[in-house]
Ligand binder design. Structure first.
Ligand code: FES
Length: 147
């Protein structure tokens, strides 16, 4: 084998390795955001609790907040009775709204309706809204893990 064909073979090998390296780097750059999006969110014990002042939730009103990175809502349907739910519709994931005069949740996307306890009243949602544990500690409500 002469020097010219050896150099050509070395050049092809070098270009192949270089192309494989660039492809691997580009694949990692594009795959990382997809992986982060699909990876489950971290849920740890004490840091997963949310404390809300009781006075912010009058009877019949809903208070929306962020729970573990997702929209949630707490309301007081009857005096001294509190309910905490996810605000994410179980149909296709839209955020539900509280309708004061009807005393129910309405999903603006496809008209799904939920009771104040999260039960499906109508529309396409297949399941009730996920409920969270809510406890009263002095003048605060503490919202915790899913029930
Ligand atoms: S996303 Fe709520 S009814 Fe479709």
């Amino acid at each position: 084998m002469d020097d010219v064909s050896l150099n050509n073979q070395q050049r092809r090998t070098f270009l192949g390795v270089l192309l494989a390296g660039i492809t691997a780097v580009l694949g990692a750059v594009f795959a990382w955001p997809v992986f982060r999006f699909l990876a489950p969110r971290e849920q740890t014990g004490a840091s997963a609790l949310v404390r809300i002042a009781r006075k912010e939730i009058p009877v019949g009103a809903a208070h929306f907040f962020n729970f573990q990175g997702r929209p949630a809502v707490v309301l007081q349907p009857a005096p001294g009775s509190f309910v905490a739910l996810t605000a994410v519709c179980t149909h296709l994931g839209c955020i539900v709204k509280w309708v004061d005069d009807k005393g129910e949740f309405l999903c603006p996307c496809h008209g799904g309706r939920f009771s104040a306890e999260g039960k499906v009243l109508g529309g396409p949602p297949p399941q009730p809204l996920e409920a969270y544990v809510v406890t009263l500690e002095e003048n605060d409500l503490v919202v915790g893990r899913a029930v």
